[in-house]
Write a protein that binds this ligand. Structure first.
Ligand SMILES: Nc1ncnc2c1ncn2[C@@H]1O[C@H](COP(=O)(O)OP(=O)(O)OP(=O)(O)O)[C@@H](O)[C@H]1O
Ligand SMILES: [Mg+2]
Length: 253
């Protein structure tokens, strides 16, 4: 596997060109006197622009495994959401050439009033699986998640770890070319973490592309050779895992 982003002749599977994401923050509730003062000062009252991702360009080649690191609020989940297509960029362009299996924040894509079974079929269909394909995979998903006894129970009665097990099981059984995970393993118990790591390795061996966020340096160095370090929504550094992790850890300590 290579860590180079600019291999000649290869088409990136994920490409970001000058991507930025802005949120409008309402720091204060509308308040008459506050609004009046803001107006007198010539400032708008509709909130502040906050750039969660700024001017980010990035290429990821098919078959690469990449980790995203950075402090809380650095923009990691926003970046994953932009690539998974759940967040639209304010500027720039995101190009993704392949089916994405994404496991973003807890419960994303799941409905708490629907049962595990209903959520599996809903998600499979949203992720592009035909009904027959979903039916074929359903048994594998249930077995993998080890949630057979709870599959007809509404999601609101699942623990966080159970939701992640089901989400991960769906994500890997829809045959994605790209697997995107946001701090998935930190929620699962040890047996799930082992299972998760094994599945990720199988994905890597099959030449799939993996992008994940993790706060665990051990996990990052175990699973990938290239790391992206985000800080305040900017690409602070990217490169070989050990080099970037060392710099990041030095900065954090
Ligand atoms: N929907 C939103 N509306 C307003 N601001 C948001 C929204 N989502 C994220 N942000 C802001 O964007 C910044 C980046 O958030 P993001 O969730 O991407 O960070 P993160 O790197 O994943 O952090 P963590 O390690 O805590 O998960 C934060 O400052 C956050 O407050
Ligand atoms: Mg996050």
């Amino acid at each position: 596997m290579t860590t180079n982003t600019t291999q000649a002749g290869k088409q990136p599977i994920i490409q970001l060109d000058g991507v930025a994401k802005m949120y409008r923050l309402n720091k204060k509730k509308p308040f008459l006197v506050h609004d009046a003062v803001q107006r007198l000062l010539g400032r708008g009252t509709s909130g502040e622009d906050f750039w969660a991702i700024r001017e980010l360009s990035l290429s990821i080649q098919p078959g690469e495994s990449l980790a995203v690191v950075g402090g809380n609020g650095a923009g990691k989940s926003t970046l994953l959401g932009l690539i998974a297509g759940t967040i639209s960029p304010t500027c720039g362009r995101v190009t993704v050439s392949g089916r994405v299996g994404a496991l973003l924040e807890l419960g994303a894509g799941f409905h708490s009033d629907l049962t595990g079974r209903e959520n599996v079929f809903l998600n499979a269909s949203l992720l592009g699986l035909q009904r027959e394909e979903a039916e074929e995979q359903f048994e594998n998903i249930v077995t993998y998640s080890e949630l057979r006894d709870f599959i007809d129970v509404p999601l609101r009665n699942y623990s966080s770890g159970m939701q992640v097990r089901l989400g991960f099981a769906v994500a890997i059984h829809i045959h994605p070319e790209i697997l995107i995970m946001d701090e998935v393993m930190s929620v699962g118990d040890q047996s799930f973490q082992i299972k998760c790591s094994r599945s990720i390795r199988q994905f890597q061996e099959a030449g799939k592309t993996i992008l994940f966020v993790s706060h665990s340096p051990g996990q990052v160095s175990q699973l990938c050779r290239r790391v992206i370090w985000l800080e305040h929504g900017r690409l602070k550094r990217e490169g070989p895992t050990e080099e970037i992790l060392a710099a990041y850890q030095q900065k954090s300590s």
